[in-house]
Design a protein around this ligand. Structure first.
Ligand code: BGP
Length: 472
């Protein structure tokens, strides 16, 4: 591959976080419980979200560090239940104050905030009442979004409605490693995605009606899907998995409705799993309006899956400890994600496949040409960092990011409009189903005393932001 090194002048070199994974302070200043609080505190749980990276108290230090290391953008998310402790009703002023202070500090340090409204942390009362299968949540979400737009919309210029709406049902209803810990329920997963897409569309349409000075989009995780062989049945398994994980919601966001081919694949999955999708004509009115107005796609990319046909029942084993080679993932009516011996993996069995990111970027430009702008809103490598005398040599992470950046720049050179890269993660954070030993940060967090230590990757990232090119 020809190498592409130079970044566009206005490129954002960001770092990503999410409220639940960094803030801690889950019982402070009137915050109400979210779906994850109960789940993390269940008997047998190996870790909790307190104090996570204690960002609730240490955000000034983290933003100073970001500034010092050339990071000029940060993804943060707002915890819905800090603003509305019960998800609806009375506003908690302390929550508004906290995010005002945080956003002001970002701006003061020249680290532009990119704010996500929903990063997995649904308020507990809603979670207990059907979660995103309950359509009542659509308007509650829009009410919450309105409060955020009104309070922070003068200063926040990049809003995302949802983070990875696929991960919520995939992990909570198919893989069983997110609350509510269900497995193999593809029909519920598909239904939830539709309902979240309606909530997304309504929030975009509301934002656009408010004439605020920023942009709004959504963050999707795009999983590369590759057929293991060129047998038609493996290719079909790839198409089914891709339709469910990627295409279904991309169509809703950028085509304003589901394409016939997408629906044929989704219906095949539903039929084989005794399910049916319920939609209403007004949903598609919202989709259409939002697709015309959406400003950007936030693309999270970590990995690709290699697909093989699978005729049997569903089977899943989640590798949540970093013991390489233990994952199993096969879905009835979809296909099996199998190990490709030619592709390296992380300790958590995530294939390292940077060309998959390029393929997804090109696919967006080809199939969703109205996308306007793409931000790589997450990419990074989970790694068991060694902390030796205050130093962390995370060379494999630098290599991983370099390979992905090269493919991003190749796509840019070929005309894909990518305007920024937010490494996951800014500092080490709580990993949802893996805990604290799966680290991603530029800054190492010593969880004994919450001290931060820049890793080798942080120094490398800084150099890159100064030179505006990939450095070896
Ligand atoms: C994405 C999420 C992030 C983050 C990341 C790494 O799906 O948006 O919140 O957790 O994945 O995942 P993990 O922590 O499971 O390794």
């Amino acid at each position: 591959m020809a190498t592409f090194k130079k970044f566009p002048e206005d490129f954002i070199f960001g770092g990503a976080t999410a409220a639940y994974q960094v803030e801690g302070a889950t019982r402070e200043d009137g915050r109400g419980p979210c779906a994850w609080d109960d789940y993390m505190n269940r008997p047998g749980s190996r870790f909790t979200a307190d104090p996570a990276s204690d960002f609730y108290h240490k955000y000034k230090e983290d933003l100073q560090l970001s500034h010092d290391f050339g990071v000029n953008g940060i993804r943060i998310s707002i915890s819905w239940t800090r603003i509305l402790p019960e998800g609806k009703g009375a506003i908690n002023q302390a929550g508004i104050d906290y995010y005002n202070d945080l956003i002001n500090e970002c701006i003061k340090q020249g680290v532009e905030p990119f704010v996500t409204l929903h990063h997995f942390d649904t308020p507990l009362p809603f979670f207990n009442n059907g979660h995103w299968l309950n359509r009542d949540l659509i308007d509650y979400f829009v009410d919450y979004a309105k409060i955020c737009f009104e309070n922070f919309g003068d200063r926040v210029k990049k809003w995302a409605t949802f983070n990875e709406p696929w991960s919520i049902p995939q992990n909570g209803y198919i893989a069983g490693n997110f609350p509510p810990h269900k497995q193999f329920d593809m029909p519920s997963a598909i239904q939830m995605m539709h309902i979240m897409m309606v909530a997304h569309a309504k929030a975009v349409n509301l934002y656009k009606s408010m004439n605020l000075p920023g942009q709004i989009g959504i963050v999707h995780t795009l999983e590369g899907k590759v057929a293991m062989t060129d047998k038609p049945e493996d290719i079909h398994a790839r198409d089914l998995d891709d339709a469910m994980a990627n295409r279904f919601m991309l169509d809703a966001c950028f085509h304003g409705g589901y394409d016939d081919e997408t629906m044929a694949l989704i219906n095949e999955i539903l039929e084989k799993n005794d399910g049916k999708l319920v939609t209403y004509p007004e949903d598609f009115e919202e989709f259409k309006k939002a697709a015309e107005q959406i400003d950007f796609l936030g693309m999270n990319y970590y990995s690709s899956h290699f697909l093989q046909a699978h005729d049997g029942e569903s089977m899943i084993y989640n590798n949540s400890t970093g013991e390489k080679g233990t994952s199993v993932f096969a879905l009835k009516g979809v296909g099996a994600r199998v190990c490709n011996p030619e592709v390296p993996t992380t300790d958590w069995d995530w294939p390292i496949y940077p060309v998959g990111m390029y393929n997804q970027l090109k696919r967006i430009a080809r199939d969703y040409p109205n996308y306007k702008t793409i931000y790589i809103s997450e990419n990074g490598m989970g790694y068991k960092d060694d902390f030796i005398d205050g130093k962390i040599d995370d060379t494999p992470r630098i290599e991983y990011v370099t390979q992905h950046l090269e493919y991003i720049l190749k796509a840019v050179a070929e005309g894909v409009n990518v305007k920024g890269y937010y490494i996951w993660s800014l500092m080490d954070v709580l990993s949802w189903s893996n805990g604290y030993n799966k680290r991603y940060g530029l800054f190492y967090v010593d969880y004994n005393d919450q001290k931060r230590y820049p890793k080798k990757s942080a120094y490398w990232y800084k150099l890159m932001t100064e030179r505006k090119e990939i450095v070896p």
